[in-house]
Design a protein around this ligand. Structure first.
Ligand code: ADP
Ligand code: MG
Length: 616
């Protein structure tokens, strides 16, 4: 009669590590099982909303609110991760993000989003998605999960990676590793088993496009090159169809509905439905009912293909650039892996096959591949998967500023990580005591065209003539793609180092505060869950007693015993709607206690009945 209990004790077995695909459009999580990677959650929309009561909702329910309460809802927040107001002007033209200034905040500070009466940073919004995944997975597994591997686009820079880690921390997850999405996909296909080969991973999701060339050598992955576009994906296809439909509607209804956000969201859903259908059937209808008006438009696959050809072509151009970067020819590519929901589109598959002259892998669901691969990586970290080492690649070059505002690159784009590099520098002025180390990221030659990551001083050098000091600067990128810089005066051995905190990141104090706040909520959420469980158990108990009352064993009880059972039932019903799960459980225990005799009698009757060969 007992209900399924969630055991947070952890038991003897080591804790599972969750593999999470935190996507722009959709997110999901998986773990490594004895038999292989297994999904732990459904695919949930990466959407977060704040209800009128002030509750934060993530996933499908939040997506519903996008139609009814767009002003309380945010999607595509991945685009804002680790970015400052200056970085996102392009996004603001395309996405209805409601930013809010926080008064005295400097211009390059964190972005803040207004959701109803709540204000949240992008990592906090992402944390709500992560927390939902964590909870869903905990419910399925019946175990507590506090460690995760999270995937990021290969193109994410340092700040974006840091922000992703922050989101994990806020959600109560210890992020053990960030893995590039294409790398995860290759792992999901178990391509490491083939030992040698060159693999192209083509990932066309909702908002981003990534292509990577991986080399497999003696069972070890190495990323040779990555390329992509952070503004290319299924959303662009949706926008093309939206434009067609909006124009139709304008001429049919004589009305421009693009200023009605509810109508636009409904139309967007209709468009996406039609698009997704077109991956399986030769024609689909865009269907909209709005204010008693009805719009219908059939789109054939031919029309669709012609419409999206330029988008597909843009991805192919990126593929060619990536091939060139990797110094591989098409003939040298052994396998092609398709990732991202948009690779279900037949034209995309056909064109990719044509370009690489090899049939791409599509056996796994393209929208699940990355999460499954993250689980494989989690398995590697937990020791469940052995003999595998992952090498990844840094997406942008890293260097320091030298005389005349020039960049001296230490680690070049597409270097495999972990990576380290050392270079020697000297002073420019006689008797110079301090040297400013300015770390920048980017491909351009001039500091002003690159992104400034950090500045720090190497202080109190012994005075020396210009050009005599020998300063060793060492860059180390760890397995998460996070940079550590050390500057050392080679003569005195004096050293200065820092983990480079990107300028748009959250401060440790901010992250701490957010974690604390999430703890507050976690407690409330946990209580709610326990209350719900207690009520389920109460239901089961009451139903069982109700059934027992019709049994002859009940009649055999003394009047006092029957009375005690009635009192216990009333007692449980009286606290049933209480928010105190202890109280509910206390009354369940009382009921169990007074029905023990009854249960025993029923058992005996049943046994006697069985012995007599009669059926009860
Ligand atoms: P992301 O990695 O950006 O979160 P996904 O890999 O989940 O995204 O892909 C989401 C995109 O895939 C959306 O644009 C969605 O409309 C598209 N998509 C999903 N299924 C199909 C399908 N059957 N045909 C075409 N596009 C699809
Ligand atoms: Mg994706």
């Amino acid at each position: 009669m007992s209900t399924f209990q969630i055991d947070f004790g952890g038991g003897n077995s080591p804790q599972k590590i969750l593999g999470i695909d935190l996507g722009t459009t959709n997110s999901l999580a998986a773990i490594m099982d004895l038999t292989g990677p297994r999904l732990m959650t459904g695919i949930i929309p990466s959407v977060v909303a704040v209800s009128e009561e002030g509750d934060v909702i993530a996933g499908e329910e939040a997506l519903q609110m996008l139609v009814t309460h767009p002003e309380r809802t945010v999607y595509s927040v991945k685009r804002l991760m680790g970015r400052g107001p200056a970085d996102i002007q392009d996004e603001l033209k395309l996405f209805p993000f409601r930013l809010t200034g926080l008064g005295d905040a400097p211009s390059d500070s964190m972005i803040h989003l207004q959701l109803g009466d709540k204000v949240m940073t992008p990592p906090e919004v992402s944390a709500h998605i992560l927390r939902k995944l964590k909870w869903d997975a905990e419910n399925v597994l019946g175990e507590r999960l506090t460690q995760a591997v999270i995937t990021v686009p290969a193109y994410f820079n340092d700040a974006q990676r840091q922000a992703t880690k922050d989101a994990g921390r806020i959600a109560g997850l210890d992020v053990l590793r960030l893995v590039n999405e294409p790398t995860a996909a290759a792992l999901a296909y178990g391509l490491d088993k083939r030992k040698e080969g060159v693999i192209a991973v083509y990932d066309l999701g909702g908002g981003t496009f990534d292509v990577s060339i991986l080399r497999l050598h003696e069972g070890i992955f190495e990323v040779l090159a990555t390329n992509g576009d952070t503004h290319l994906g299924g959303d662009d296809i949706d926008n093309l169809l939206m434009a067609v439909a909006l124009e139709d509607i304008q001429s049919e209804w004589g009305e421009n509905i693009s200023s009605h956000s509810d109508a636009v969201q409904l139309l967007r859903r209709a468009v996406i439905q039609a698009k997704e259908k077109l991956s399986f059937v030769p024609a689909a209808v865009i269907d909209l009912n709005y204010n008693d008006k009805h719009y219908q438009r059939e789109i054939t696959l031919d029309v669709f293909n012609r419409l999206i050809q330029p988008i597909v072509e843009r991805t192919l151009a990126r593929c060619r650039a990536c091939l060139a970067d990797s110094k591989m020819s098409v003939a040298e590519i052994n396998e092609v892996v398709m990732v991202g929901g948009s690779t279900r589109i037949p034209l995309v598959r056909a064109e990719v096959e044509k370009l690489f002259r090899s049939r791409p892998h599509t056996e796994l669901n393209p929208d699940e591949v990355v999460a499954l691969g993250a689980a494989v990586q989690a398995g590697i970290l937990s020791g469940d998967v052995k003999d595998q080492l992952l090498l990844d690649v840094t997406p942008l070059s890293l260097g320091i500023e030298t005389m005349g505002g020039l960049v001296s690159k230490l680690i070049h784009r597409n270097s495999t990580i972990p990576a380290s590099a050392v270079d020697q520098f000297t002073t420019a002025v006689d008797g110079q005591r301090n040297v400013l180390i300015h770390v920048v990221q980017g491909e351009r030659e001039l500091v002003k065209d690159c992104r400034s990551l950090a500045r720090f001083d190497l202080k109190e050098l012994p005075p020396m003539p210009a050009g005599l000091a020998r300063i060793e600067v060492r860059f180390l990128i760890d397995a998460n793609g996070i940079l550590n810089v050390t500057a050392r005066d080679a003569r005195t051995g004096q050293e200065q180092s820092l983990e480079v905190k990107p300028s748009y990141g959250l401060s440790d104090e901010q992250v701490e505060a957010m974690i604390l706040e999430s703890f507050d909520h976690a407690e409330a959420d946990m209580n709610e869950r326990q209350v719900r469980e207690a009520r389920v158990e109460a239901d089961n108990n009451l139903a069982a007693v109700e059934k027992a009352r019709r049994n002859e064993a009940f009649v055999a009880l003394s009047p006092e015993e029957r009375q005690a059972i009635e009192v216990a039932i009333q007692g449980l019903l009286a606290v049933y709607h209480s928010e105190d799960h202890h109280l509910i459980r206390e009354k369940i225990d009382v009921l169990n206690e007074v029905t023990r005799n009854l249960a025993e009698n029923m058992m005996n009757t049943a046994v006697r009945g069985a012995l007599k060969g009669t059926k009860l």
